[in-house]
Design a protein around this ligand. Structure first.
Ligand SMILES: Cc1cc2nc3c(=O)[nH]c(=O)nc-3n(C[C@H](O)[C@H](O)[C@H](O)COP(=O)(O)OP(=O)(O)OC[C@H]3O[C@@H](n4cnc5c(N)ncnc54)[C@H](O)[C@@H]3O)c2cc1C
Length: 481
């Protein structure tokens, strides 16, 4: 039987990055992909934020050479009111920044990229091959081989057995490897289906209208992302897969397509809808179980996507890297038991990946009380508009760092702006702030003074009411902090 140090299942970002790292460590590595080429089976477009420059500069540096690449310096949030009128809130910009200036530190701002998976996945897979890993495409891995409760290899669809010291399962959210090894059956809630429309358009016109920006549409109806590429864009939205789901996934997208400004945008850039895609995504509070004897799960297979926004490609590459490093350690010790592979979980928990999941409960709670509830969404829209009035260039939508750090900054800002100003802020954001960062809440409450812009937005009568309420709440809250 063929024998490898490391067998990786799946050549998505997680699998390819794991194969690259394992090969660079001198391990004899093979990785399998069921598609004819990496990326072929993956529908997501990839929005890659600033932290990519810190963690994967070798990938970011190569992206501009690829056909679908669009630089992303800004996130433009289109806030739509109940009459379908659009208001803008935008994030910080950094058009003169490039990777070399971003690689060593994470400054504020946005310096990311948007790229098709058909470009991104082969790029990372090629890097793994360059490092010495062997890629086998058009090969579906259908089973694991087990010996005494330890995974010792895999079997391809054709029944071919492949032995391994360590298996790294990077076979996506539906992971056959996780199920066949008995690590889990179904996810048991907290997953999403992401419907997405792919539009082709005129690249020059898109340059003129969107520049280097990603767009989001937020309205009382829900929220949707618009990811812009060289000559195309995606409109997509996710929602928990739950029995009480009473709207079809496509209904959110249809609602955005009714907004006059979106229709006008499509006309101006000569947009033509090309494809409807829908893809499963685990969107959990935190990963459940990520290792067993002889095997580790990375990326979507391990349930790693960010609990705040469902972003998962950075998480796949980070977990792939950590899994391969742990495999090298276990193989060097001659012990790949569950006890030794527990090091994988210790390492990812101690990394920025772990930080992302430390507040998974709170992030999921925030979504549960916002975007998926139309009534609360109205409150969120109000809050966004208030922020834009008070502080148009705030870092509110700056996703340059780990999401928990960003959310922390957002909360700090919110308290600077007097939390009681918005019902949504005091009801849903303040408890979140108390959990994530009690010091910030305490400091902000101690310093909270109504700011001049309040006067601009509220009638005198309303302003006095807010002040009276603020004073009462401040006194009560400070007792409890
Ligand atoms: C519509 C949509 C939009 C998204 N947008 C973004 C975004 O903008 N930014 C972001 O960071 N994240 C985004 N995500 C999340 C992101 O796509 C995933 O988190 C990420 O792709 C996970 O990478 P992975 O390598 O773990 O798994 P995958 O990308 O799912 O790759 C798994 C690979 O394994 C192969 N495979 C599966 N089973 C087998 C088998 N049995 N044998 C052999 N090969 C197999 C598959 O063909 C695939 O190539 C989005 C997700 C969706 C659904």
């Amino acid at each position: 039987m063929e024998k490898w140090d490391v067998v990786v299942v799946g050549a998505g970002p997680g699998g390819s990055y794991a194969a690259k790292t394992a090969a660079e460590k001198g391990l004899k590595t093979v990785f399998f992909e069921r598609g004819d080429k990496p990326g072929e089976k993956n529908s997501s477009g990839a929005g890659l934020g600033t932290r990519w420059w810190r963690d994967f500069p070798e990938i970011m540096g190569k992206l501009p050479e690829l056909p679908s690449y669009r630089k992303a310096d800004m996130i433009v949030i289109k806030v739509v009111d109940e009459e379908n009128r659009v208001r803008l809130v935008h994030g910080t910009t950094g058009s003169d920044r490039d990777g070399s200036r971003w690689s060593n530190s994470l400054d504020k701002g946005m310096a990311g990229a948007a790229i098709y998976r058909l470009d991104l996945d082969p790029l990372i897979a090629d890097m793994a091959v360059q490092a010495g890993a062997e890629l086998r495409t058009s090969t579906l891995v259908s089973d694991v081989i087990m010996d005494g409760g330890i995974v010792t290899g895999v079997k391809t669809e054709k029944g071919e057995p492949i032995a391994a010291e360590v298996v790294i399962a990077a076979d996506g959210g539906m992971s056959t490897m996780a199920r066949k090894s008995g690590m889990r059956n179904r996810w048991g809630g907290g997953c999403t289906l992401v419907p997405q429309l792919d539009f082709g358009c005129d690249g020059d016109k898109l340059d003129a209208v969107v520049g280097n920006a990603e767009w989001c549409w937020f309205g009382p109806f829900n929220g949707a992302y618009q990811m812009n590429f060289a000559e195309s864009f995606h409109l997509g939205a996710g929602k928990w897969l739950r029995p009480d789901w009473d709207t079809k996934p496509t209904e959110v997208l249809e609602r955005v397509m009714e907004i006059p400004a979106f229709r006008k945008f499509c006309k101006v850039v000569d947009a033509e809808m090309r494809e409807y895609q829908a893809h499963f995504l685990p969107w959990l509070k935190k990963p459940v179980k990520t290792y067993t004897g002889g095997m580790m799960l990375v990326g979507d297979a391990g349930g790693f996507p960010c609990p705040l926004d469902g972003e998962g490609i950075w998480h796949a590459c980070m977990s792939g890297r950590i899994a391969a490093e742990t495999a090298a350690l276990a193989i060097s010790k001659g012990d790949v038991s569950e006890r030794v592979l527990a090091e994988y979980e210790r390492r990812w928990k101690a990394s920025p990946l772990g930080l992302e999941h430390r507040f998974g409960d709170e992030f999921v709670e925030l979504w549960d009380h916002s975007i998926f509830d139309p009534e609360i969404m109205k409150g969120l829209i109000q809050l966004l508009l208030e922020f834009s009035e008070i502080h148009p260039f705030s870092i509110l939508f700056d996703w340059s760092d780990d999401h928990v750090s960003c959310l922390n900054q957002h909360i700090e800002h919110m308290f600077d702006m007097v939390p009681e100003f918005s019902e949504f802020a005091s009801k849903y954001m303040s408890p979140l702030g108390n959990t994530i960062s009690p010091q910030v809440v305490r400091r902000a409450l101690l310093q909270a003074k109504p700011k001049v812009p309040l006067l601009k937005l509220l009638s005198d009568d309303m302003y006095l009411k807010v002040l009276a309420r603020l004073n009462r709440k401040l006194a009560a809250r400070l007792d409890g902090v």
